[in-house]
Design a protein around this ligand. Structure first.
Ligand code: SF4
Length: 741
């Protein structure tokens, strides 16, 4: 063991040891803490300090109240430009989910079929030995990682750098593939960079808001609160097959047939063109491809669109007229668009509507994708998965050489290819090409589409490592090695929210047992692997933030004007871009006010394509369409965290359920509360029936949060973003014998 490795381990051991003792200033000042130990210098033991929430991409600021160095409660920050003093139930319970019996507190190694506690030293030796053996036999590309939008930017960047530049991996993707890849791809193709243009102030400044496949009332409650505060009595249009909570409060709900959205938006474009309800000056000055787009939408007659979507012609005309009459029209979308086999083109059909009507770059406008996870935007810019760090391109020699210079490494260490996408990594596992997998802060055995297929892949892996705050996730339970990680609130770094705002996460609680911050784990992996020297400058999250600033210089996401964490803290977060020399005059900034986009010609592009057939349409045998989505504001993804809060558990149904239309229920002799079987070509599950007209006849809805939902879903993917299409597959139903209440 070399000296620096010994020192690193020593520091880690010391801090692990001391962490269980009283919190002291000496500990805070321990050098090389890597986010370990107790409170950082910036946090006093008896103060109230603000940090950004670690659940969703809204990025609410929360005031955490400390007493004797212990977090004893939290309240939403009143002065935050993001949440204006509000928080949803998850935010209020953010601290309580840290205290759970199933927190991973020690490394666990599978021996004789059982996961058993081992020291960090043994765990890290095993980690490196097993992965290096696999690489020696099967080549460097035979190991890969699957990461997350839940860890801080600095950890994402360090992981991507250690794995790809240090360990020689080419393939690593994030669970952001499941939620944001479509929006990222759509923006890149249309604008020349993955650049959501909006600011949350736009919720309050629009006079027409069009929500597509989005249920912010549940999924982003604070954003929805801001819509409710809009003083302009706005038209709120919801395009969604279900009568969601948001749709119920809209001025117009368009209950389209599942996956007919692309046809609807091309039809709307045709009506706008026919009536000259467009902005010719904007189109001429700031866009490309309009002529081809006009030719493309020519065939989307009102009759065709009505027939495909199930909407009355008058409704479609009313929708087009409302967009025309709006002075500040904003288009918002989330997973109903992104999680689709043709999501990129649907997102771009909304971008096209914004461009052709000049509804972009002005207050209250925009084609706006709302992100899911707290740091999905950070992952898009700084995870080193689909992009080389800072929105650079792995395939560009110039970009690789630029990054090599900035990082003081050899350019040959940077892969010259993009990573396989998430499902392609899994397919490579299935083919036996990838034999070792490192899963960080995500739970694919629960969340991945067509779950049974994923679980069958376990036997194909020679070594599965899971790094997580809980040892009880479905994926951790099948791992060979579990590395215990600190959670949000137990470490430092930055998140980037949906409106591109970079905000600070602070350490306000000690991690339990021997859990280490992901940052510390990545650093230790680099040391044990033998590439620690490469990352000498990456010594703390804030040091990495300075590296990311350097990398961002001259990019659309330039953040060289942010001096340090203190500046972020004082400002309550800063939206990118913020270049050196800029003054922070307005802390609500949107992109494209000057009509200048990021393609070489500075113009945005109209992009379109004929709709594709539904990958799995309802049939005689499977006559229902299954819709999936969020179930309540108190649940988060696979519930690994939200299920730990007694308060949150009271706010959502314990058992999985399916919404069924009353006509279907009557025909199948199903009453509310009956147990029913839901069957697809991939699996069969039991759920409780909830009879409601919120779903249309022929459709059922099951929340995504329950562990069996994805036994049904069909693994189809968008060809551009490679995002899975969770939202529509064919299923059959029947009431289970003896299944009534
Ligand atoms: Fe946290 Fe999102 Fe709730 Fe805000 S809306 S408190 S960021 S979970």
């Amino acid at each position: 063991m070399n000296a620096s490795l010994a020192a690193l381990l020593d520091t880690a051991r010391n801090l692990i040891h001391q962490k269980s003792g009283p919190l002291t200033r000496e500990l805070v000042q321990t050098p090389g803490a890597f986010g370990l130990g107790n409170l950082p210098d910036s946090v006093q033991p008896d103060q109230t300090t603000s940090l950004v929430c670690g659940f969703c991409s809204t990025g609410c600021s929360l005031n955490v109240h400390l007493k004797d160095g212990k977090a004893i409660g939290l309240t939403p920050s009143r002065n935050s430009t993001v949440n204006l003093g509000m928080a949803c139930p998850k935010g209020w319970e953010a601290l309580s989910v840290l205290e759970a019996d199933d927190r991973a507190t020690s490394p666990l190694l599978r021996k004789d079929g059982k996961l058993q506690p081992v020291s960090w030293d043994s765990a890290l030796r095993e980690f490196c030995q097993r992965f290096q053996n696999i690489q020696q036999i099967h080549g460097s590309e035979s190991i890969a990682f699957l990461s997350t939008g839940q860890i801080v930017c600095e950890e994402m960047a360090l992981l991507g750098a250690v794995a790809k530049f240090g360990m020689g991996m080419v393939h690593g993707d994030g669970n952001t593939r499941q939620c944001m890849a479509t929006a990222a791809t759509a923006y890149k193709q249309s604008f020349g960079f993955d650049a959501p243009p909006f600011s949350y102030a736009d919720f309050e400044e629009s006079d027409v808001l069009v929500f597509v496949g989005a249920n912010p009332c549940l999924a982003h409650p604070i954003m929805w609160e801001r819509v409710m505060r809009n003083p302009h009595s706005p038209e709120i249009i919801v395009v969604d097959p279900r009568a969601t909570e948001t749709a119920m409060q809209a001025t117009l709900h368009c209950p389209i047939a599942p996956k007919s959205d692309l046809t609807l938006f091309y039809g709307l474009a045709r009506i706008l063109i026919e009536n000259n309800w467009i902005d010719p000056e904007y189109i001429a000055n700031y866009t490309n491809g309009y002529e081809d787009f006009v030719a493309h939408v020519e065939s989307y007659s009102l009759e065709r669109v009505s027939q495909k979507t199930g909407l009355a012609p008058d409704t479609i005309l009313h929708l087009a007229r409302t967009i025309h009459e709006g002075k500040r029209v904003s288009f918002w979308w989330t997973m109903g668009v992104n999680q689709s086999y043709e999501g990129t083109r649907v997102a771009q059909s909304l971008i096209n509507l914004a461009l052709m009507t000049g509804n972009i770059g002005r207050p209250g406008t925009g084609a706006n994708s709302i992100t899911g996870q707290c740091n999905a935007m950070g992952s898009r810019l700084f995870s080193n998965t689909t992009n080389l760090l800072g929105g650079h391109n792995f395939e560009s020699i110039a970009d690789r050489e630029k990054l090599a210079n900035l990082l003081n490494i050899e350019a040959s260490r940077i892969p010259d290819r993009n990573s396989l996408a998430y499902h392609e990594i899994l397919e490579a596992v299935e083919r036996g090409e990838i034999r070792g997998l490192w899963v960080i802060a995500t739970n694919p055995a629960h969340s991945w589409i067509n779950q049974n297929r994923l679980q069958r892949l376990r036997d194909k892996l020679d070594f599965l490592v899971v790094q997580d705050m809980y040892h009880s996730t479905e994926t951790a339970a099948i791992a060979d090695l579990v590395l215990p990680a600190a959670a949000w609130g137990e470490k430092e770094g930055t998140f980037i929210n949906s409106e591109r705002r970079i905000s600070l996460v602070k350490k306000v609680a000690p991690a339990p047992g021997q859990a280490l911050s992901d940052f510390a784990i990545f650093r230790l992996v680099a040391e044990y692997w033998g590439c620690g020297e490469m990352f000498a400058e990456w010594e703390s999250p804030e040091a990495v933030f300075q590296i990311l600033k350097r990398i961002s210089a001259g990019q659309p996401c330039d953040i060289t004007g942010i001096t340090d964490y203190q500046m972020l803290d004082t400002a309550g977060g800063i939206q990118w871009p913020f270049m050196a020399g800029e003054t922070l005059k307005d802390n609500q900034r949107r992109l494209f006010a000057d009509g200048q986009y990021f393609h070489a010609d500075r113009k945005a592009r109209f992009l379109c394509e004929a709709p594709r057939p539904l990958p799995e349409a309802p049939s005689e045998k499977f006559p229902f369409t299954l819709l999936t989505g969020r179930g309540s504001a108190a649940q988060w993804h696979t519930q690994t965290r939200t299920s730990k809060s007694a308060v949150l558990r009271k706010l959502y149904p314990k058992h999985i359920f399916a919404e069924i239309h009353p006509d279907d229920a009557e025909r199948l002799e199903i009453a509310g509360g009956d147990m029913i079987e839901v069957r697809s070509l991939r699996g069969t599950i039991s759920v409780r029936a909830l009879v409601t007209a919120c779903v249309q006849p022929g459709q059922i809805f099951i929340p995504m949060h329950y562990e069996t939902t994805n036994q049904l879903t069909h693994d189809a993917f968008d060809p551009y973003s490679k995002q899975p299409s969770y939202k529509a597959c064919a299923v059959a139903l029947r009431r289970l014998k003896g299944g009534s209440r």
